[in-house]
Ligand binder design. Structure first.
Ligand code: S3P
Length: 442
């Protein structure tokens, strides 16, 4: 249903952002293969984390929801063998569910048919299939030819995963593209390998799996962009762990606080893991008034957290390069909104990965900004120039069925007045309370 975007100014608010999506997936998965019970406090409840939870329950894990918390009864490394093989699992539209769980399922003693829904069925899976096969996994997908001109054929869901005939071997693998989902799939398979596994990344992607494994007493060494994973005899439950607020969800309110007139927004207890907060660095380079008050990492499974205080700021353009992208991979749509309102021309390059997210985000960003009259220009195959500082026109936005595009368009539209967006249901993928939070801003 089409939604009318409220005009906003003079906001002074403190907001509580929902729990981190990436950490919630990982907490559910690691607690499921640990020995003992784990209480996950403040677990995110959204379409994507529900997909992981449902898969784990189908794999025989007992998970009890209690308000915002979940109690997971770990299976102790191996899931119970299902009676009817192969087991059918649904990742729905969640890439993290499918990619990360596939690493674990490749090590189990039963077969799985793993299917996706909608756009996930067009998202590339060769990136996990290749390293997992090198480890001895028995995994295959479906051939798919994307319709975009010049796009290479891909291997996509559904995936068929059968037991590894010769067991799982450790590998030494360099990821061609930085990806936390791929890295995590390999790390989880490596727990079951006969020898150690070494993983290298071009630029460091989010490291929640590595940090959380330490809370589960697993030996894993991280040296800059190289990770050494050792086979684990068992994972020991830490008893409980708490999920902090999601930086990627907070990002919409950070940019909102900066671009609205005469406003300030405080965001409580947000995850400030440096592999996630690249946007903060770029916004500060653009002149953003953001104060960080660091809290502790102890309660959050080695994750650094803090409060952020954001005030209206006169932003100027920035240049963002490929090395900046992995730590802000999900924040480019909202960065493009900040760039549209900044003075000068912003250049962002190294955005190839944006084409294979929930939508082709590179094309979607051009479309969103151009509808308000902002001039944008493609730069090479994977860059964009955004000419900021022009007067914005009211617009009808498309969500592209992509939660982060929809939320970015709503933030942009809230500075203009009279804007609409064609649908907002897709926002439930990560941030179901977003619309009510925006509408309740004082
Ligand atoms: C995620 C990793 C990123 C990110 C996604 C969540 C994760 O994907 O875009 O929203 O939880 O590991 P890639 O690994 O494809 O970069």
């Amino acid at each position: 249903m089409s939604y009318s975007i409220k005009y906003l100014e003079n906001i002074s608010a403190t907001v509580n952002i929902p729990p981190d999506k990436s950490i919630s997936h990982r907490a559910l998965i690691l607690a499921s293969i640990a020995e003992g019970k784990t209480l996950i406090k403040n677990l995110l409840d959204c379409d994507d984390t529900r997909a992981t939870l449902d898969c784990l329950r189908r794999l025989g894990v007992k998970i009890t929801k209690k308000g915002k918390d979940a109690l997971v009864q770990g299976c102790g490394k191996f899931f119970p063998k299902p009676k009817n093989e192969p087991l059918k699992l649904k990742a729905n539209e969640s890439g993290t569910t499918m990619r990360v769980l596939s690493g674990l399922l490749s090590t189990q003693k039963f077969s799985v048919e793993f299917e996706g829904k909608a756009r996930l069925n067009q998202r590339p899976m060769a990136r996990i299939i290749e390293p997992l096969r090198k480890m001895g996994a028995n995994i295959e997908g479906r051939f798919y030819q994307p319709t975009r001109l010049g796009a290479e054929p891909e291997i996509c869901p559904p995936l068929l995963i059968a037991p590894a005939d010769q067991g799982i071997k450790g590998i030494d693998y360099g990821l061609p593209v930085s990806s936390a989902q791929v890295k995590s799939a390999i790390i989880l398979a490596a727990l079951y390998a006969e020898e150690k596994t070494i993983i290298r990344e071009p630029h460091l992607s989010r490291d929640h799996t590595e940090r959380m494994l330490k809370s589960f007493k697993v030996k894993i060494e991280v040296k800059e962009k190289e990770i050494v994973c050792y086979p684990a005899k068992k994972l020991e439950s830490p008893g409980s762990l708490e999920v902090p607020a999601d930086f990627s969800s907070a990002a919409f309110f950070i940019v909102l606080g900066l671009i609205l007139k005469n406003s300030q927004i405080t965001i409580k207890n947000v995850n400030l893991n440096p592999t996630r907060c690249g946007l903060l660095k770029v916004l500060k380079r653009m002149g953003a008034n953001i104060q960080e008050e660091r809290l502790s990492a102890e309660a959050y499974g080695n994750e650094l957290c803090g409060d952020l205080k954001v005030k209206s700021s006169a932003l100027t353009a920035a240049t963002v390069g490929p090395q900046d992208i992995p730590s802000m991979i999900d924040e480019i749509p909202i960065l493009s909104v900040a760039a549209a309102l900044a003075k000068g021309n912003t250049l962002i390059s190294g955005l190839d990965e944006l084409r294979v997210k929930e939508a082709d985000r590179l094309e979607s960003i051009h479309s969103m900004l151009r509808r308000t009259g902002v001039v944008t220009r493609p730069v090479g195959a994977s860059g964009i120039e955004i000419r900021g500082g022009t007067t914005l026109q009211k617009a009808e936005f498309d969500s592209f069925n992509d939660h982060r595009m929809a939320m970015s368009a709503i933030i942009l539209g809230s500075t203009v007045g009279g804007c609409r967006i064609n649908e907002t249901k897709c926002i439930d993928k990560s941030f179901p309370e977003f619309i009510s939070l925006i509408n309740r801003l004082p």
